[in-house]
Design a protein around this ligand. Structure first.
Ligand SMILES: [Fe+2]
Length: 358
């Protein structure tokens, strides 16, 4: 068995016993006697799994677990709560804190090893999935970085879409999909030659046909990841129009998925409020007027545009890009902690010599 386990147990002999048992299975082990040490070891040792005693001298195991699950850096690390308590309410409290599994004292050796083995396999799978997702996000950011005028666009788009989705009361799964789609919606552009993608003048009809392939190409790129299931319709349909004149499927009205209609609105608003080679940055009120013109043309969802206007007018600071792309300043507000690694990939891109994204 391979993996790194952090044992958090205040009782020295129990801690030593667990450490010894796990080491005999070939596992790497670190330990902590209280919550403070546990957080320090989490940062230093980066375990694949925690065995966490519920009764600690400084914080309860429930609270430690809750903090681990709220932190973007550690939320995917499985936590097994080790408890002497068997009452249902303690299990409920553990589940609410985000615990992945439970062990009751005295710990049964074979039960312990079975759970450790199963959770380590799950963690290995999650790590693999995270790596695949991270590659896709890095790819999407590298496409964005090609065009200095769209720097920061994906991040703002994700942010605006999430705000509008939350305003609509969408479930968490769709909010997550909107956040991801903000970055990934144009990933299919990786297959578009630069002379088309970066062309300053109007496209020929042949070039336009090639550009119009990007929603389907993007869907194909992301399709193998099951966790991106809710993102696929947004990627595929982000260029549809309410009157059916969009692409790739010419969907009309509510046949266009709601999440795709939301992303479009955020996309258009960001394009209007930032400077492009062919236009200045419009102030928010002017951008909203243009979007209402597009409603009259039959392109956008009238109700969503109306609600977006209310949202922007009530939160102007969240919807005003603080900078134009060429200034290199940061995005409107700190991004969601779930995307803390986004900064990491921005660094990777800059190390590789790609232009700074923000
Ligand atoms: Fe697009």
């Amino acid at each position: 068995m391979k993996g790194k386990i952090l044992v958090v147990e205040d009782h020295p002999s129990s801690r030593a016993g667990l450490e010894a048992l796990l080491r005999t299975q070939g596992l790497e082990v670190a330990s902590a006697g209280n919550a403070k040490q546990a957080f320090a070891e989490l940062a230093r040792f980066r375990p694949d799994l925690l065995l966490l005693d519920v009764m600690l001298p400084d914080l309860t195991g429930f609270e430690v677990c809750r903090r681990i699950k709220q932190d973007a850096q550690t939320r995917l690390t499985p936590v097994v709560l080790v408890t002497g308590l068997s009452a249902t309410e303690d299990r409920v409290q553990g589940i609410e804190a985000g615990a992945d599994d439970f062990l009751t004292k005295p710990i049964d050796r074979s039960e312990l090893m079975a759970r450790v083995s199963s959770l380590l396999s799950l963690k290995a799978y999650t790590d693999e999935l995270e790596r695949a997702e991270a590659v896709l996000f890095a790819l999407a950011l590298s496409i964005e970085a090609k065009d200095p005028y769209t720097r920061g666009h994906c991040e703002r788009l994700a942010e605006y879409s999430v705000l509008l989705g939350e305003h609509q009361g969408l479930p968490e799964e769709e909010i997550t999909a909107l956040r991801r789609a903000g970055f990934l919606h144009d990933i299919g552009k990786v297959a578009i030659p630069d002379h088309i993608l970066l062309k300053a003048g109007p496209l020929t009809s042949e070039e336009d046909l090639i550009l119009r392939e990007h929603p389907c190409t993007g869907e194909q790129i992301c399709a193998p990841l099951k966790s991106f299931r809710a993102v696929l319709p947004i990627i595929r349909h982000h260029h549809e129009k309410m009157d059916g004149s969009g692409y790739p499927d010419g969907l009309k009205g509510k046949k266009i998925p709601l999440t795709a209609r939301i992303l479009q609105i955020a996309d258009v608003y960001d394009a209007l409020t930032t400077k492009r080679p062919y236009k200045p940055a419009f102030p928010p009120t002017e951008a909203l007027d243009v979007m209402e013109d597009e409603v009259r043309k039959g392109w956008r969802d009238p109700l969503l545009v109306k609600e977006f206007r209310q949202l922007v007018e009530g939160n102007v600071n969240l919807f005003a890009p603080e900078s134009q792309p060429e200034t290199g300043a940061t995005s409107p507000r700190e991004f969601s902690p779930q995307f803390a690694w986004h900064d990491y990939f921005r660094k990777i891109l800059s190390w590789r010599g790609a232009p700074e994204i923000d």
